[in-house]
Ligand binder design. Structure first.
Ligand code: TIU
Length: 217
């Protein structure tokens, strides 16, 4: 079985039972001039993930393994957006530089050009931060016999963390790739990763993507 050098120790995975999860690599979060930047965030902190993630996705596809992409967003009438979320995110549904912010079907809601899903890959639309809440993800993983997740995407402390915590409680082994997850806040990136591997891997493992690519060969 492939083994990856990771924290807090080696991560071993059965390729046939492992999916690559690519969380919310959407234009609204990553494009200069987009929603994320309009809130005062430095999108370069997220954009550093694009190149390593593209290389990992190419290797993962070459190995014939499944990739599942997620997108955070809402129906145009916001009926799937809890009032509490909207109160603290009043920009959701408003017109932004790339269309209505975090609304399905809008240009800004979709995945960046560099990491577009390939034909046949699954895209899970999620209204929350976690990829399991109010989505079909659990059933997709069950149907595919998936037991381990290699987790990538943005942002480290928000949607990546929430999803890893949900997955961990559901019994999945999660490997989070430090160079393929990003936060607008360097401190949250550092501590967010530490929190995953601490206490013997309380939520999972942390590694770098070249180690996974090498393990696939
Ligand atoms: N995808 C994701 O993390 N959604 C967010 O709202 N992240 C923030 O860091 N705000």
């Amino acid at each position: 079985m492939p083994t990856v050098d990771a924290q807090p120790g080696p991560f071993t995975f059965q390729p046939a039972e492992t999916a690559l999860l690519v969380i919310d690599m959407q234009r609204d979060f990553l494009l200069p001039g987009g929603f994320g930047e309009s809130l005062g965030n430095d999108v370069a902190q997220l954009r550093r993930t694009i190149e390593p993630l593209a290389a990992l996705m190419a290797a993962w596809r070459a190995a014939g393994l499944p990739i599942i992409h997620t997108r955070e967003g809402h129906l145009p009438d916001l009926s799937d957006c809890p009032p509490a979320k909207l109160r603290r995110g009043p920009m959701i549904g408003q017109e932004g530089r790339f269309g209505k912010i975090l609304i399905r079907g809008e240009y800004g809601h979709d995945i960046i050009d560099e990491l577009q899903p390939a034909e046949g890959e699954t895209v899970v639309d999620k209204p929350g931060k976690g990829a399991f809440h109010a989505t079909e993800l659990a059933g997709i993983l069950d149907d595919g016999g998936i037991k381990s997740l290699v987790v990538t995407g943005v942002t480290t402390e928000v949607c990546v963390h929430t999803t890893v915590r949900e997955a961990n409680d559901r019994g999945y082994e999660c490997l989070v790739l430090a160079d393929c997850v990003g936060s607008y806040f360097p401190e949250f990136q550092r501590v967010g990763l530490q929190m995953i591997a601490a206490q013997g891997g309380i939520f999972g493992w942390v590694a770098e993507s070249p180690a996974v690519i090498a393990a696939l060969k």
